[in-house]
Design a protein around this ligand. Structure first.
Ligand code: OGA
Ligand code: NI
Length: 363
């Protein structure tokens, strides 16, 4: 047997290259103009955000206004939590019934991730469909579980989440403007949100050339706001040529990425981009993604304002709650089938061409 359990080993084509490309990185956007109340600089901010969403699907922000001490407090509590024995941590383990809490055997695309996590929801309880049946009408509640130690984890988590949520609403407003939409176009979707926060711990790995902290994936929700420490390891697949690019840690910055739902809402003006996490043999790494997700009853489909006869909707409507519970269930086991993907709702290119032709011939 090798140095790591075979469950962690990526197929050859997906193994990371230890030589890191730090060429042109993702855009860095300074948000201090948000406090300046100057419409001209806010206008150029909106276009910078639009360009970053279009070209990369990823950007970093500084001067974002989320209080640093709240982030530090949660980072400290997260370290203390993960520092405990496995026996302690599994007391708040996630399972089929308890959707949030500690988890150490997550798989991405059927390969085990080299990490352990602690998840909590913002809106406790979070309401979701009772089963993965597409026509499910019953709902169930998903509740948080808090560990005894460290005692301040709960408060630190709740305070941080509250701040980042406000920030996400602001970001969605800027994204709406960048798409030429009214500023509050997205706000209604997040009333009974299913957003959650994940505390990630990536321990040192004896075989960083074979395993990944998180395998390549796209985020299924609307928007992700990630706090990473100074170790580094996140890689983004550059849209222009498919090369994996390392996101260099910037102190106190957040990394923002467009999720699958924005891809659908924007009818692919913006795309959700693949990313993954490399691990290393010396240093442990911590990160905190905030997944901003709409209410379970949201029917996700391209926004009418962004489609036309010449640019017909590229997706059939789907139910977000069904997507979420289907994804969640699949995290618990290796599946023989592919996990649910937005591509399953994509209208085929030939069908799009037909619709376009019909539209043009009528005009
Ligand atoms: C994720 C993710 C990145 C990181 O959890 O979806 O992409 O740096 N995490 O931890
Ligand atoms: Ni991700």
């Amino acid at each position: 047997m090798g140095v790591v359990d075979p469950a962690f080993i990526q197929d050859l084509e997906h193994r990371p290259k230890l030589a890191i490309i730090e060429a042109e990185g993702i855009p860095l956007i300074d948000l201090s103009v948000l406090n300046s109340a100057d419409p001209v600089s806010e206008g150029s901010l909106v276009s910078d955000i639009g360009d970053a969403c279009k070209k990369w699907g990823f950007f970093q922000v500084i001067n974002h206004g989320v209080p640093l001490e709240k982030r530090k407090k949660l980072e400290k509590a997260a370290r203390e939590f993960f520092d405990q024995s496995l026996e302690e941590k599994v007391k708040v383990r996630r399972d089929e019934v308890r959707a949030y809490g500690y988890y150490e055997t997550e798989h991405t695309k059927n390969v085990r991730d080299w990490k352990e996590v602690f998840d909590f929801t913002l809106q406790n309880p979070t309401i979701v469909p009772a089963s993965t049946r597409p026509d499910e009408e019953q709902v169930v509640e998903w509740h948080n579980q808090w560990p005894q130690y460290p005692p301040q984890l709960r408060e630190a988590s709740e305070e941080y989440a509250e701040e980042v949520e406000k920030f996400c609403i602001k970001l969605m407003e800027l994204i709406a403007l960048s798409l030429g939409l009214p500023v509050d176009s997205f706000n209604g979707f997040f009333k009974d949100q299913t957003s959650f926060v994940r505390l990630n711990h990536y321990p040192p790995c004896p075989a960083p050339e074979l395993a990944l902290g998180v395998g390549r994936h796209k985020d299924g929700g609307a928007l992700t706001v990630l706090a990473q420490d100074d170790v580094g390891g996140l890689e983004v697949k550059r849209k222009s040529d498919g090369v994996w690019i390392r996101v260099k840690p910037t102190p106190d910055a957040f990394i923002i990425n467009v999720g699958d739902i924005i891809q659908v809402w924007s009818n692919e003006r913006y795309e959700s981009v693949e990313h993954r996490v490399m691990v290393n043999s010396e240093k442990e790494r911590f990160s905190i993604p905030f997944f901003f997700n709409p209410a379970h009853h949201t029917i996700v489909k391209p926004l009418e304002e962004l489609t036309s006869e010449e640019n017909p909707p590229r997706y059939r409507p789907y139910n977000w709650g069904n997507f979420l519970v289907t994804r969640k269930g699949s995290n618990f086991k290796k599946l023989d089938v592919e996990n649910i993907q937005i591509s399953h709702f994509r209208v085929s290119e030939s069908e799009l061409a037909n619709r376009f032709e019909r539209a043009v011939s009528v005009a």
